[in-house]
Design a binder for this molecule. Structure first.
Ligand SMILES: Nc1ncnc2c1ncn2[C@@H]1O[C@H](COP(=O)(O)OP(=O)(O)OP(=O)(O)O)[C@@H](O)[C@H]1O
Ligand SMILES: Nc1ncnc2c1ncn2[C@@H]1O[C@H](COP(=O)(O)OP(=O)(O)OP(=O)(O)O)[C@@H](O)[C@H]1O
Ligand SMILES: [Mg+2]
Ligand SMILES: [Mg+2]
Lengths: 254, 254
């Protein structure tokens, strides 16, 4: 089993879109896949038609109770793809649990218990570096960082990578990181320049493909479907299929 | 003096862009203006060329020390526009202070002390509903909620407004809310439909203008300038000028 966390402190860069579409292709390729929503705002949970205000089976209960992880999982309309939904109650987590020791390993222990049930687990993170981010970094085998290909987002990436380094040191573990350029528009000079800067600054940490700007990715979210199940030949879908292939290759080696 | 908070739990919808450009036009129109950065990721602080890892004068110190607010303010290259910068230390605020009573009024008290110095204060919020959001709601006279004109973002708005209602009730105060449609592209059916849905669902809460998708707004951020000072005749600039006019009108009445 491989656990992939998808995170960036910058908002609106394609974290949820990347989580849904990695999970969608993995399931379509016959892999047993679980998508986990750590964002109190619940974009991933809403994507699959659930309501974060009311859903009883949710990830918050991992932190507060005696429920087994397997009893908190919901199905989706996609075969081989399940979801561990979010809850709006997650907003209070930092306040209530942040200062208690040992709360950083709750997710790791919960997902380890699912080792026999899933081939891949993809974790969607909120745009904030709090206790949930610590949990995601402690639990994952690999961190995928979507970065919008424009200058402001690159400035933010430097800050994010700096903070990540500190969190990794406090967890005393190294985490493989893959930076994924998103929303790329090769017709704009700003986009082309931003991608060049990203590659020259972060080198081999950056995936050698790009996720292009593609309205089919928005259409798919409107239809509550991963793009693999709605517009498989679109440029957005083809790019995510290549990213999945890359991740399956690098995960297979380890 | 009027205090405007700019917030939405959804990431990447134009909160920082709206803060910068409201503040930019107000300053250009001769109003003494302060922009406040409550986001630990520090997009607003970086926009004006400061570094959130190192800047000593920052908003975190309001919560931890005896420094007077006026001594934490920095200038920008724009006349009549100052900034109260962020700090990466803000990520720990919820953990350290979230459970202590009375920490929700720190910002309100700090900004009230500036009543004689500024005509407008614009507060940029992070994409999360924690102790900083409570502070922003307690301090502001009006809440501006930028909403991307696309379906996923509308779903998120319903959840956000629901949570806001709960926070307002716990603060026992009503806060005027203005929803601002952003990144609008009238050439796409999805954009036009989303705007229609937004207006039919939220009626008079929605500003009757729109902020269009405009690459000059990204260019301006690359040049560390509000769009009023870089591309004043662009459609993005004209839209923000209209929004400022609307806000000055509704604030003047009260
Ligand atoms: N490659 C793309 N092309 C076009 N639209 C995209 C692309 N990727 C994401 N989007 C759209 O951009 C918006 C933001 O994407 P998404 O919600 O996945 O970002 P996020 O990083 O998860 O945001 P948040 O910080 O709120 O969690 C959504 O409306 C999504 O449909
Ligand atoms: N109307 C617009 N037209 C074109 N680009 C825009 C527009 N508004 C914002 N942008 C761009 O979209 C990106 C996201 O905007 P911004 O950073 O202001 O959003 P935010 O809500 O503050 O994000 P976060 O949730 O990370 O705080 C930035 O690159 C910005 O330049
Ligand atoms: Mg998301
Ligand atoms: Mg912002």
């Amino acid at each position: 089993m491989a656990i992939i966390a998808v995170s960036n402190q910058k908002g609106g860069v394609g974290k949820t879109t990347t989580t849904v579409n990695l999970a969608g292709f993995l399931a379509k390729q016959g892999r047993r896949t679980l998508a986990v929503d750590l964002d109190a705002h619940g974009s991933l949970t809403a994507y699959f038609g659930y309501d974060v205000e009311t859903i009883e089976k949710n990830v918050y209960r991992l932190f507060t109770g005696a429920t087994q992880t397997k009893d908190l999982i919901s199905s989706t309309q996609i075969p081989l793809l399940d979801i561990l939904a979010s809850s709006s109650a997650l907003v209070t987590l930092d306040k209530h649990l942040g200062a208690q020791p040992g709360k950083g390993l709750v997710l790791r222990d919960a997902l380890t218990a699912l080792k026999q049930r899933y081939d891949y687990i993809i974790v969607d993170c909120p745009p904030v570096l709090g206790i949930l981010m610590v949990n995601a970094l402690a639990a994952c085998d690999r961190l995928v960082v979507p970065v919008q290909t424009e200058v402001m987002a690159l400035r933010g990436l430097d800050r994010m990578m700096h903070t990540l380094q500190m969190v990794k040191q406090s967890l005393r573990r190294e985490v493989n990181t893959l930076i994924v350029p998103t929303m790329y528009d090769r017709r704009t000079r700003a986009g082309v320049e931003a991608l060049q800067q990203l590659r020259s600054r972060y080198g081999a940490l950056v995936w050698d493909g790009v996720i292009p700007e593609d309205t089919y990715l928005r259409e798919a979210s409107k239809n509550h479907l991963p793009v693999a199940y709605m517009a498989e030949k679109s440029k957005g879908a083809l790019a995510y299929a290549l990213l999945v292939e890359h991740i399956r290759n690098i995960e297979a080696i380890q």
